[in-house]
Design a binder for this molecule. Structure first.
Ligand SMILES: Nc1ncnc2c1ncn2[C@@H]1O[C@H](COP(=O)(O)OP(=O)(O)O)[C@@H](O)[C@H]1O
Ligand SMILES: Cc1ncc(COP(=O)(O)O)c(N)n1
Length: 490
């Protein structure tokens, strides 16, 4: 389930605080972000220039528009601007309160500018009655405690306990404003036997702290839904925020207190490339071997097979090589089965390995009876060496990519030749074997397993898979060329 998280907050056109920061934080921590604007703020990383509060009725309309349509899992409340705004939000919460409500009691920006009228503090107190968790910084905690700002951590925790007791609310007291030492935050619950859960982290040397409070509170709201409890949600939110603060300077945004880089961790771990869909990748690989496929079809051997005028001895030489090939191909298929992690894939490759052996014995008996197998031709040896070396390297994904052309090229060629031939075609049995529905289904499955593994693989692995696939296609072409190249016809 993806948490649907609503931010009710003011704006920051530079994107570092307020609603803009909330939406990024919600997305970065795994939620779907929505936003209702309380106030438009003309601000940047240096400070606030002006605040415009839209009519209260319009705020109510925005809130109703969201809650009439969307099931909200969590709400984060930030800048409220004035008592009227706080009242509208209180009314709305009274009517439709989402399961998780986090209130960041924003009063003053990092820059020192007020974001809440002094006379609105009473309305804010009422709003706290609807919240599960409030996230005050040191000055905000002091206002709520009716005291002067704590000068040390013990004082902050004591104030948080008093606030938690007075408002019957869980308090996340943030120690970012206390100078020196590690940054400490504490989750304080006066109701739960005065429980205090403390979080410590390295204090990062940075000017990128604009919007840290906004970002933390929306991350906690989102993670509370995902993780089901407050302490793990705060711990995870702080870890995420720390890596985002650390990368903030990379953004080069503004000359004051810059924003945090909300997506730094995701970008570095996940990359920015879109993952191709398996079907799209199959199309691309097939296209990239189009020329090779045309070369195969132009070979005298394949043309002879198609027309039915292929020299019989050349065909039998080919079948004898095929019989040599199938024994080692079966070994490579069995290796894929051994390496597969998923049971149905393990079984698929094992079935194919067995099928290749059955086919080998059928060919051997039909062609040679009790006579010994002819030696493998160089083209056969090169092909199976490629497969067995790939198997020996032990990467399942690369191995199955190498195995795929023997399904795909044969199935494609076999089904098209079979469709064109009549019952009297001299090589009808061969065409039928590679053109039948069962082989087509096997081919589909093999394509699906390979391309699904390829889209899930990282870029270098996908590239190795492609190269192994292409090498096998080249070996297929050489294999089809050999009967008429290696020995004179007739
Ligand atoms: N320099 C810093 N290094 C690491 N974490 C920080 C730093 N400054 C703030 N934080 C963290 O950012 C969050 C917001 O903290 P704080 O600055 O106290 O609140 P606000 O942004 O509301 O003023 C807290 O989790 C705090 O621990
Ligand atoms: C709209 C809006 N809301 C909140 C803040 C506080 O920012 P910070 O998290 O840095 O205290 C801000 N600057 N602007």
């Amino acid at each position: 389930m993806i948490p649907r998280v609503l931010s009710i907050a003011g704006t920051d056109p530079t994107g570092g605080a307020g609603i803009q920061a909330d939406l990024k934080s919600i997305a970065a921590t795994g939620g779907y972000g929505m936003a209702v604007v309380t106030a438009l703020v003309a601000q940047n990383t240096r400070g606030v220039r002006g605040v415009h509060v839209p009519p209260a009725g319009f705020l109510a309309d925005q809130l109703a528009a969201v809650s009439d349509d969307v099931e909200i899992d969590a709400v984060k409340i930030g800048m409220l601007a004035d008592a009227t705004v706080a009242g509208v939000v209180s009314d709305w919460l009274r009517r439709c309160r989402p399961p998780v409500v986090v209130l960041d009691p924003v009063m003053v920006a990092t820059s020192g500018d007020r974001l809440l009228d002094p006379d609105a503090e009473r309305a804010l107190r009422e709003l706290i009655g609807h919240a599960d968790l409030i996230t005050p910084n040191i000055p905000e905690l002091a206002v709520l405690a009716g005291a002067s700002p704590a000068s040390d951590w013990a004082g902050a925790v004591a104030q948080a306990l008093a606030v938690s007791r007075r408002y019957r609310v869980l308090v996340l007291a943030k120690g970012g404003h206390l100078a020196g030492g590690p940054v400490r935050d504490a989750l304080v619950d006066a109701a739960g036997g005065q429980a205090v859960v403390e979080f410590r982290g390295e204090r990062l040397e940075t000017h990128n702290t604009h919007g840290t409070g906004c970002s933390l509170s929306s991350a906690v709201a989102t993670l509370r839904v995902r993780l089901g409890d407050w302490a793990p949600a705060v711990a995870a939110a702080r870890d995420w925020l720390a890596e985002s603060i650390a990368a903030g300077a990379e953004l080069g945004v503004g000359g004051g207190n810059g924003p945090v880089h909300h997506l730094a961790g995701l970008w570095s771990r996940g990359g920015l490339r879109t993952r191709p869909r398996p079907a799209r990748l199959a199309e691309r690989w097939w296209q990239q071997v189009a020329e090779l496929r045309r070369d195969i079809e132009a070979l005298p051997f394949v043309r002879g097979l198609a027309e039915g005028d292929l020299d019989r001895a050349a065909f039998e030489w080919y079948l004898a090589q095929d019989s040599c090939y199938l024994r080692d191909y079966s070994r490579a298929l069995a290796a894929a089965s051994t390496l597969a992690t998923e049971p149905s894939a393990q079984r698929f490759w094992a079935d194919c390995a067995q099928g290749a052996l059955v086919e080998e014995q059928r060919l051997h008996r039909a062609l040679l009876g009790d006579r010994p197998r002819p030696p493998a031709a160089p083209s056969t040896t090169r092909y199976v060496d490629h497969l067995l070396a790939t198997a020996a390297r032990g990467d399942y994904r690369v191995l199955i990519a190498a195995l795929l052309p023997c399904f795909w090229l044969y199935q494609n060629l076999g089904s098209r030749l079979a469709a064109r031939s009549d019952a009297a075609h001299p090589y009808r049995a061969w065409l039928d074997a590679y053109g039948d529905a069962e082989f087509a289904a096997q081919n589909e499955r093999a394509i699906d397993l390979v391309t699904t593994a390829a889209v899930e693989a990282d870029e270098p692995t996908r590239d190795r898979m492609w190269r192994a696939f292409r090498a096998s296609c080249e070996h297929e072409a050489a294999f089809f060329a050999a009967p008429l190249a290696a020995r004179p016809a007739g």
